[in-house]
Every structure is written in C-alpha cells, then in structure tokens.
Ligand binder design. Structure first.
Ligand SMILES: [Zn+2]
Length: 350
C-alpha cells in the first residue's frame, strides 16, 4: 500500500497482534487501519486494489463490521460477530452500510445508482446515502464494488464525495488496479494494494475452502490463478486437477489441434450449466487461460537450453496473456476461444 503520513500517538507495534481476525491475510492493510483507528483518525476514501478473488470485498466488509459493531471499542479494529450490527453487516442489511455494485447486465455502473434517477437527482443513490446521518451508531461505511466499471460520468459524479467524505465515514472503492481509475479518482483516495497470501496463510485459506495442501502447492495455485484464492481452491480439487491435465495435455504436445482445444474449453465452460452467470463463465475461462499461461511458462523453463524452440512458446505465452486481457474486456467468448486456439496452433503471428 502507499505509505500513509507518519503516524503519531499510540500505535500498534509491529509483530504484536499480527492477526487482527477477519479474513485471512492482508496483515499490512489491517495493521494500518488498526493504527489509524487506535489514534482516532480513521476516515476518508480508500481505493482497495488487487486481483479478483483476493478478498477486497471481504476485507472492506470486515472493516465495516468492526466499525459498526455494538460491542467492540470505538478505537479497536475488532468485532464481536454476535451483536445485531455484526449480523446486519454480514447479511448486508445494516442501515449504515451503503453498497453499490455493477448490475450483471450492465457494462458500467449506472450513474443513477450514484446520484439517483433523472427525476430524483441527488435525492437518491450512493452520494446521498453516505451523507445521511447514521441511523444506528456514529459512523457510516460505503463500499463501491466493481470500481473498474465506473465510466467517466460515474467517476466524475463521485469526485466531491471522495474529496470530502462526511466526518466519521469510510468509503471503499474496490478495483483490480489503480491504473483503471481516472487520475482524479486516484488522487482523492488512499490507495491500498492487497497482495496474495503466502506460506501458512495460503495454507489456511485453502483449508477454509476444504483443501489440505502444503504452502508451496497453495502458493503456486494462487499464483496460477492470478491471486484469485477461490479459483486456486477450485484448481486444487480433484475436478480442477482433471481440468488442468486436460488442458495441459492439449498444449504440450504439438501439433495443437485448434478444433479439439476450442471444444474442450467450450465444454468446460458449458459444464457450468445454463444458469451460470456471465461473470462465472468469464472466471472459468480466465482459469483455463491461466492454466495455459502456466503451462507455457513451464515449457519456457524446460526449453531454456534449446533456443530454436523458444519463439513459438513465447508467442503462445504472450497470446494467452492477451486473451486474459480480452476476457476482462468482456470480449465475445466463442470468438475469443476460437481465435486463441487457432493462434496457438499456428504458433506464430499471422
Ligand atoms: Zn458486534
């Protein structure tokens, strides 16, 4: 995370209370929030960034729970987990927790969710809800999920709120990367970068998802999935291992058959069922492409002493990285899969 201004007053010494509770990992971020709260100066606008599945929303929600908990001390980053406020935050029904998400069927966060519909401008929406006096305690917390999907109009409508949030309120914007935000948004938020868990924390995260494995396996799976811990757990299940094998097998032994490869990828996505949302399908495709990237990276290492073989491997690796970027840009899946498979089979630029 960006280093906040030097702290004064009672601070939590490093090493003490290494785990504050709440979601696994993010110790550095938790420590900073705990220190600020202990000093009575925790408020403002924050941009939490990290790859999908790393736990941005879980961390923001846990901090909200700590701040709104009826039982925990005013200046303690902790929550009881049992009081009505804790239950309401968990159920996302707490009146002092304001949340906005991008609707599944929209390409961007509709500006109405931020400033109200045309007939009720400024009298509804995120900007107004965060300014209402707290219903229950003394604080308000707002979480704007999917901040990557703010268009210019939406982003501009937030500037004043982010610049001057109401006293004792906290605003979290959750995104994958600060570069996806306008400079005017970035400059108004403290940027908090979340990192994938390592070592025992990675093991613990997998254990909570029903996977028993060692630290190296957990770290590798999380890295393979670009920091997405849920996807990593899925990769480590028996089905995940089978999927990995099916994809890897088709990539390591040229010639790659584009038709066969596209069919396998499509059927893996179709296995999710008709009810699966576009986002879930996108995540699955991203996992498959991550497996491909990992496979080509490994090939690159294995072929280091055979320079004549490197060019097609590097091309396939780059092409798969490009495909992930296309997934994130919501490209048409069928076209994306077919073009990617065809390019991999060719092994060099058209
Ligand atoms: Zn509580």
């Amino acid at each position: 995370m960006t280093t906040p201004p030097a702290a004064t007053g009672a601070a939590i010494p490093p090493g003490q209370a290494a785990d504050f509770g709440g979601p696994v990992g993010h110790g550095e971020a938790k420590r900073w929030f705990a220190n600020s709260l202990a000093k009575g100066c925790l408020s403002g606008s924050f941009l939490l960034v990290g790859p999908p599945g790393i736990g941005r929303a879980a961390l923001a929600k846990w901090i909200a729970k700590c701040l709104l908990c009826d039982e925990s001390g005013e200046r303690s980053l902790s929550c009881c987990g049992r009081c009505p406020s804790c239950f309401q935050v968990e159920a996302e029904t707490h009146p002092d927790l304001v949340q906005v998400r991008k609707p599944e069927d929209r390409a961007f966060i509709p500006v109405e969710l931020l400033i109200g519909p045309a007939e009720n401008r400024m009298r509804e929406g995120f900007n107004r809800d965060i300014r209402l006096r707290p219903f229950h305690g003394t604080r308000k917390v707002a979480i704007l999920h999917d901040a990557d999907y703010l268009n210019d109009e939406g982003a501009n409508s937030l500037l004043k709120t982010l610049e001057e949030p109401p006293p004792d309120s906290l605003i979290f914007l959750l995104g994958t990367n600060e570069q996806r935000q306008l400079p005017t948004i970035r400059s108004r938020c403290r940027i908090v970068r979340l990192h994938p868990p390592r070592g025992e924390q990675a093991v613990e995260l997998m254990r909570r998802r029903g996977i028993d494995c060692d630290a190296a396996t957990a770290e590798r799976a999380i890295e393979l999935c670009g920091g997405d811990c849920q996807a990593a757990a899925e990769v480590l299940t028996a089905d995940g291992a089978k999927l990995r094998q099916a994809i890897t097998q088709r990539l390591v032994n040229p010639p790659i058959s584009p038709v066969d490869l596209a069919q396998v990828v499509t059927s893996v996505i179709e296995d999710l069922g008709k009810a699966a949302s576009a986002a879930v399908k996108r995540d699955r495709l991203r996992d498959i492409l991550s497996i491909a990237i990992d496979t080509f990276r490994q090939q690159l290492i294995d072929s280091a002493d055979r320079p004549e073989q490197l060019a097609p491997i590097i091309y396939r690796l780059d092409r798969s990285i490009e495909a992930i970027a296309q997934v994130q840009r919501n490209a048409n899946q069928t076209t994306l899969i077919e073009c990617w498979a065809a390019d991999l089979a060719r092994g060099n630029p058209a």
